[in-house]
Design a protein around this ligand. Structure first.
Ligand code: DQA
Length: 149
């Protein structure tokens, strides 16, 4: 059974109470449990992790390299700044689906660029919490096709 990692970056532990007008009122625990249900329906095994620290996210990506077949990642603000996360994803050589709750292209200019997009098979943004389940669907399709979009 394919094993996938859902990885969330800084401040996403606050979902539910963090700027709900932008990020919605669904908690991270709810998102993780919806993803796990969806993954189970699709015959995938899913684990979820969140960290506020860039180094811990790099460690999680490196560990996924050993035991996962794909990664869904919302790197939070590190999306726009982190070459270390870009490098870790490039090195792990797994299919990556990038997710953002908000439509980053409709927001401040500094959110318009993403290092992670350069190593992602695709990006889902602007659909709130639903975007994570869309990402599970997308990754399932990618894995069924042999690992590439
Ligand atoms: C975010 C968008 C980022 O710009 C922001 O820093 C976040 C959340 C999103 O899910 O919409 O923390 O990744």
């Amino acid at each position: 059974m394919a094993h996938i990692l859902v990885l969330n970056g800084p401040n996403l532990n606050l979902l539910g109470t963090r700027e709900p007008e932008i990020y919605g009122s669904t908690t991270l625990a709810d998102i993780e449990s919806r993803c796990a249900d969806r993954a189970r329906d699709l015959g995938l095994e899913l684990e979820s992790q969140q960290s506020n620290s860039e180094g811990a996210l790099v460690d999680a990506i490196q560990a996924a390299r050993e035991r996962c077949q794909g990664i869904i990642i919302n790197p939070g603000a590190y999306t726009h700044t982190s070459i270390a996360i870009f490098d870790a994803l490039a090195a792990c050589d797994l299919p990556v689906v990038e997710v953002h709750l908000s439509n980053i292209h409709r927001r401040e200019d500094f959110r318009h660029s993403s290092y992670v997009s350069k190593v992602a098979e695709g990006v889902i943004c602007g659909f709130g919490a639903d975007g994570y389940e869309m990402a599970v669907d997308a990754l399932a399709r990618i894995l069924a096709q042999g690992g590439q979009a």
